[in-house]
Unconditional design. Structure first.
Length: 295
């Protein structure tokens, strides 16, 4: 049995990991909801962000604050996502219907494999950032300040996203397009522009996730596709199209994964699929998804 201190540390680690997964899964949810494209490069953009943090940290001899890269990488990756949708995804919508069904999936898969190989040529091994702040002592407990700061920043990013989607015109347009694409077109919303912005938003969330992930565990060039698969599992777990469901699903998975790793690290990746199978058997529509009516 873990000690009380270990329970606190494991729960904190689980919340942080869940928060990182939530950034990934919510980004994937809004991208799929607007563009109706499963972006298989999603995890690769996260890996690129982690790699950029690692290279900057190494180049400065460990003097660079990884948290500062958020302000640099988020706008750069946003622009990358915007251009990715505009030049690689949008042209495919002009193709015949039978091509539209599978072409975007193959394009995103191809780009993901290209990014993986380029990253492997850059750093052909696992990489991580050994950055730590002085520990924090609360009620006799000694906790990692780096993890606490990461958790606070992840929460701030999630809140900023919530405010953006609820209070801004673009955010409302994104939500409207997710709910009813044809209805959004009828109301005069530029769906193509919203789709490009949403891709940029999803990629920037993946970039933020990459910054936090590389500080708590090692990453390699080929982590992208497996973590995209995990993000897909979270989206299904929470309920397709439900942003709040993705958040809850990510937290459930993050805490479960950390506690399973404490007892048996070999099962840490498998736990996502075990939870997914159980949820689908008991509640096929996901945690907060709506049950489809039979016709």
């Amino acid at each position: 049995m873990p000690t009380p201190l270990a329970v606190v540390e494991l729960t904190l680690a689980g919340l942080l990991l869940g928060g990182i997964y939530s950034l990934l899964s919510v980004g994937l949810t809004v991208t799929f909801g607007v563009a109706r494209v499963l972006n298989l490069t999603h995890g690769e953009f996260m890996m690129v962000s982690s790699l950029a943090v690692y290279l900057l940290f190494q180049f400065t001899g460990g003097a660079f604050n990884p948290f500062a890269t958020l302000g640099l990488l988020i706008p750069i990756l946003f622009a990358s996502g915007y251009l990715f949708e505009k030049f690689l995804i949008r042209p495919l919508r002009q193709k015949p219907v039978d091509v539209i069904e599978w072409a975007p999936l193959l394009v995103t898969l191809g780009v993901a494999l290209i990014i993986e190989d380029i990253a492997f040529m850059t750093v052909p091994r696992e990489f991580g950032v050994s950055y730590s702040l002085p520990p924090t002592r609360i009620m006799g407990l000694t906790l990692s300040t780096t993890r606490l700061a990461s958790l606070v920043l992840v929460t701030c990013v999630a809140l900023a996203l919530h405010i953006f989607l609820r209070r801004t015109f673009i955010g409302k347009a994104i939500r409207a397009t997710i709910q009813d694409r044809e209805g959004a077109l009828t109301m005069g919303i530029n769906v193509n522009r919203v789709s490009a912005i949403t891709f940029g938003l999803g990629v920037s969330l993946a970039a933020a996730a990459g910054v936090f992930l590389v500080m708590i565990r090692s990453v390699d060039a080929y982590v992208g596709l497996p973590i995209t698969a995990k993000a897909v599992a979270i989206v299904i777990l929470g309920g397709m199209g439900s942003i709040l469901g993705s958040l809850l699903g990510a937290i459930v998975l993050g805490i479960s994964e950390v506690y399973v790793s404490f007892y048996s690290p070999a099962w840490s990746f498998t736990v996502a699929w075990i939870i997914l199978i159980i949820i689908l058997l008991l509640r096929p529509q996901g945690i907060l998804g709506k049950r489809a009516e039979r016709v």
